[in-house]
Design a binder for this molecule. Sequence first.
Ligand code: PLP
Length: 361
Amino acid sequence: MINVTKTYLPNKEKYQKYVDEIFESGLITNSGPKVKELEKRLAKYLGAKNIILVSNGTAALEIAYRTLSLKGFAITTPFSFVATTSSLVTNGISPIFADIDENTLNLNPINIEKLITPHTSAIVPVHVFGNACEVEEIEKIAKKHDLKVIYDAAHAFDVKYKGQSLLNYGDISTLSFHATKLFHTIEGGALIINDDSLVEKARYLINFGIENAESIPHLGTNAKMNEFEAAMGLCVLDDIKIIKEKRKELYEVYKDELKDIVKFQKQNKDSTENYSYFPVVFESEEQLLRVQKVLNENQINPRRYFYPSLDTLGYIEPKQECAVSRDISKKILCLPIYPELRKNEQNMILDILKREIDNGN
Ligand SMILES: Cc1ncc(COP(=O)(O)O)c(C=O)c1O
C-alpha cells in the first residue's frame, strides 16, 4: 500500500539511547531535559527566538488564541485542515471565512478588509502546504485595524521568507509535529512567539495556568510535550537534511512530469519550499474521482486534502459561502511524497495519472 505519506522513523539504536537516558533520569514529562534541548535546537535551526513545544498542533493554536486573549470573531481561511477552524470554535471565537486565491490556495488578502467589524479580534491565515501567505499585505491590514495575526504554520516547517524564517511573521505562528509531517515528534507542535512579554503567559497556559505552587493566574490546560516525543524530535532533526533532499527529488520529478496535464499551486516568489506536499488541481471533480479510483485499485492512496471546504461545516454560524475554496477543494488531490517512496512506485503513480487523464480527454 502506498499512502499519501509515511512516517519517517530514525535509527532505532539512536532513539533507544535516548529512551535509556529517560529511564535513568526518571523524568518522563513536565518540561524535562529533552524538551528543553529540543526547544533550543529548534530555535537555532529555524531562526526563531521564542519557541514553546506542546502536545500537538491543535493545542498550539488554542494556546495561541488564549495567550492573545482573542474573543469575538477571527477572519480565517476555509481551505485548511479542520483544526484551524474547530480550535477557534472550541475557544468561543467565531470563524469568519475570507475566500482564498485560486492560484496560491492561501487566504486572499483582498477579501479580508470588507469582513472586519468592531468585533473582529484577529486574522488566522494558513501557509497552505507550506506556501507562504502574503505576509506583508496581511501585516498592513492587521496594523490598520489593530488586529492580532496568528499564522497556522502547521505545514511551514523550515520555510524562509526573504531570507529569514517565515515563522517570525505575525504575533504567533504555530507548528504541527504530527507523525505525518516533514519534521515530527510522534505527536507534537510548537508556538513561535514574537513578543517576548507573552512567552511567560503561554508557558503557564500549557501547564494548567500554574505560575508556581501558590499562584494560578490564568485559565490554562494541559498541553505539555513529553520526553519520549522530544527524543523522537531530536533524532528526526539530526536527519532533516536528508529527509528534505529525498522529498525534493520526488517533488521535482512530479513537477516535471505533470506540468502539462494538471495545475500546480502557485508558489510565493519570495519564499523557499519545503516539499511537504505535492498537491495537484484537476480540471474537474469528475476527473479527480476517475484518477483516484484507478490509483486506489492499484493500492495507491492519495488524499483529498483539504476536503470539504470548511465553510460547509454544519456547526459554523453564521452560514457562509466561499466559492473559490469550495471549487478548489473538490478538484485537489495530494500525491504520495515521503523519503521512502521508491522511484518505481513514483513511476507507477505517474503512469496511472497520465493514462487516466489522457483517456478522459
Ligand atoms: C493546517 C493544519 N493545522 C493544524 C493541524 C493540527 O495539527 P495536529 O494534528 O498536530 O493537532 C494540522 C494537522 O494536520 C494541519 O494540517
